[in-house]
Every structure is written in structure tokens, then in C-alpha cells.
Design a protein around this ligand. Structure first.
Ligand code: COA
Length: 311
């Protein structure tokens, strides 16, 4: 399969900002603890918005900016672990809202925080079969509805948001990336029903696993591409914890300015975190046309992925 190129990006967050000071009114915590342990200062929480509203907003923006004709879109994937309903899929609702043609297939994908990179990989494989040249890939979450508002060790970490990208295959490059999974229910678990239908988390177990696997996947992807870290201006890691990203950076011998960080504004938005970061890089003109970015993720499941993408 060929490499993946981004044609346009978009992002959306709900209007309500929930600061660490707001959390300190609800659970026994404080701004200093949250910032020093996670790097998070605030996150966005839905009030009246649905997850689908956010996904549609981000997807519309990405499509407009890509200047791609709707008729040339062959696929819509929404990565989410917090869909608004069991059916229809959020991807079908995005399809409807954007007035996409019938030949564009639409489905959701759940790989938790690796969802966006899993969706990019899946979209690339489908585009490689031929047919229409573009895919719309969205990562969108409303995690505020899934947290335990009494559990200070997990509730302060998450936020709501969406990011999207219109992509095509870059015929001048080969795809370089890796994805994998390891089944585990202890680290992060969220049942659908019952009194405990919220996120249950073992933070330290996730922390160690995340650092180890993101380092491994990033190292192998760079080696497969015959690149060194210093050849890249930016690495975009899943934004779960500032200390996890810094630890991966140290293991890879990277520089602080290479490892893009926006967790302070959004918290952990799961599948949305990487596309929101990519959209910021694009909006702030931090990436040039043709530039390669290394994206790396880990998620509940466990799921892992790393890939090089081109702007
Ligand atoms: N405010 C204040 N104190 C808190 C707190 C909060 N929000 N949450 C936990 N604490 C307390 C604990 O109760 C503990 O107190 P004790 O020593 O008296 O028992 C102390 O702080 C240290 O807790 P600990 O769990 O060891 O902290 P930590 O340094 O491991 O950081 C996380 C906790 C959750 C921030 C960190 O483990 C983490 O980010 N893990 C990864 C989670 C993740 O990424 N999840 C999503 C996966 S995609």
C-alpha cells in the first residue's frame, strides 16, 4: 500500500470549558496536582452537543479545506468508543450531514485511543483497492458521559472533541507503519450497562505499557522508513499524559520541541487527540506541504499504532 497524504484537516470542541479549578469543586483534587501529574489545565465537555455534532463539524471543516469534490470520496470512517447510539453509526450520520454520495461507504471503528490511526490504516487499505481516491477519517469522542465523576484518579484526565482529515494515497511513497493489539480488561474497562457503566482505570499499568509500546512502535517505524528522529520536525503522540510523552521522547533521544503537545488545553480526547493535533499543526502553519509527521498511539484494548503521514 502507498503512504497516506492529508488533503485537509478540521476539528471541533464543545463550548463548555472545564478547568482543573472546576474539578476541584467536585472531587478532592487541585490544579497543581493535575498539572504536575498529567500536564492538563483544562478540557472541553459537551453540554448540549452530541458526539455526532462534533464529528460533523470537524468533518465539514476538513472537507471544505481539502477542496476535494464530494463525488471523489469513497469512504467515511469515524473512530470512536463513545458513539451516541448503537445504530446508525456516527459515520452514516456524518455521511448524511455532508450530503456524501451513495458510493461512499460509512462505518465506525472502535480502537479506543488508537482509533484514528487504526482508521487511517484501514482507510489506506480500502483506498488501495482502487475506486474513489479520497477518504474522510474522523476521530470523535464524548468521554464526559463515560467517566466516574467521583473517581479523582481518572475523571480529571479526559475531554470531549473531534478531529478529521480528508486523505488520499501518496503514490510516490510506500506506507510505513505498524499496528497491533494485546487483549487486556484490567487496565481500562467501560461496561455498557449497570451501575458501574463508566471508565475503570489502572493508571500506572497503562502508563508503563504506553511508554514501552509507543517507544517500540516509533522506533520500528523509523527504522522501516530508514529515517532518524532528527529527520522529522514533529512527532504527534496520542495526548494522554504529558509525562508519558516526555518519557517516550527521552527513550527515543528526541527534543522537547519535536514532540507536539496540546494536552494542556484538551485533556485526553482518545480517538480525537491525534487529528486535533494534526489540525493545529496545519492551522498554525507549523507543517509544510510534503512534510512527514510520525504519529504514535496507544489505547485501551490494548491497541497500538505508529505511522508516517505526509501533509
Ligand atoms: N488529585 C489529587 N490526588 C490524586 C488524584 C487527583 N486527581 N488522583 C490520584 N491522587 C492521589 C492518589 O490517591 C495517590 O495518593 P496516595 O499516595 O495517598 O495513595 C497519589 O495521588 C498518587 O497517585 P498515583 O496513581 O500513584 O499517581 P500517578 O503519578 O501514577 O498519576 C495518573 C496518576 C492517572 C495521572 C497516571 O498514572 C496516568 O496518567 N496514567 C495513564 C492513564 C491514561 O493514560 N489513561 C488513558 C489511557 S488511553
Amino acid at each position: 500500500m502507498n503512504g497516506i497524504q492529508i488533503m485537509g484537516t478540521g476539528a471541533a470542541v464543545p463550548s463548555r470549558i472545564m478547568t482543573n479549578f472546576d474539578w476541584a469543586k467536585i472531587v478532592d483534587t487541585n490544579d497543581e496536582w493535575i498539572q504536575s501529574r498529567s500536564g492538563i489545565a483544562q478540557r472541553y465537555f459537551c453540554e448540549n452537543e452530541s458526539n455526532t455534532d462534533l464529528a460533523i463539524q470537524a468533518a465539514k471543516q476538513a472537507l471544505e479545506r481539502s477542496e476535494v469534490d464530494k463525488e471523489d470520496i469513497g469512504l467515511v470512517i469515524v473512530a470512536t468508543f463513545t458513539p451516541d447510539c448503537a445504530t446508525p453509526s456516527m459515520a452514516c450520520l456524518v455521511h448524511e450531514a455532508l450530503g456524501l454520495p451513495q458510493h461512499a461507504v460509512a462505518f465506525d471503528l472502535n480502537a479506543a485511543c488508537s482509533g484514528f490511526l487504526y482508521a487511517m490504516n484501514t482507510a489506506g487499505a480500502i483506498l488501495a483497492q482502487g475506486g474513489k481516491p479520497y477518504a474522510l477519517v474522523v476521530g470523535s469522542e464524548k468521554i464526559s458521559g463515560k467517566i466516574n465523576w467521583q473517581d479523582r484518579s481518572s475523571c480529571i484526565l479526559f475531554g470531549d472533541g473531534a478531529g478529521a482529515a480528508v486523505i488520499r494515497l501518496n503514490l510516490e511513497e510506500q506506507f510505513v507503519g505498524k499496528w497491533g493489539s494485546v487483549g487486556n480488561k484490567e487496565a481500562l474497562y467501560c461496561p455498557y450497562e449497570g451501575e458501574e457503566a463508566y471508565l475503570h482505570m489502572d493508571g500506572q499499568l497503562i502508563f508503563k505499557q504506553a511508554v514501552r509500546m509507543m517507544t517500540e512502535y516509533a522506533t520500528e517505524t523509523l527504522a522501516a522508513a530508514d529515517l532518524k528522529l532528527e529527520d522529522l520536525r514533529y512527532v504527534v503522540c496520542h495526548q494522554a499524559n504529558k509525562r508519558i510523552i516526555q518519557s517516550v521522547m527521552r527513550h527515543l533521544d528526541g527534543k522537547e520541541e519535536q514532540f507536539y503537545m496540546n494536552i494542556q488545553k484538551y485533556g485526553n480526547t482518545s480517538a480525537a487527540s491525534i487529528p486535533i493535533a494534526l489540525n493545529e499543526l496545519w492551522e498554525e502553519k507549523k507543517v509544510a506541504h510534503g512534510e512527514k509527521i510520525l504519529c504514535v498511539s496507544f489505547g485501551a484494548g490494548f491497541t497500538f499504532s505508529a505511522m508516517l503521514i505526509t501533509f
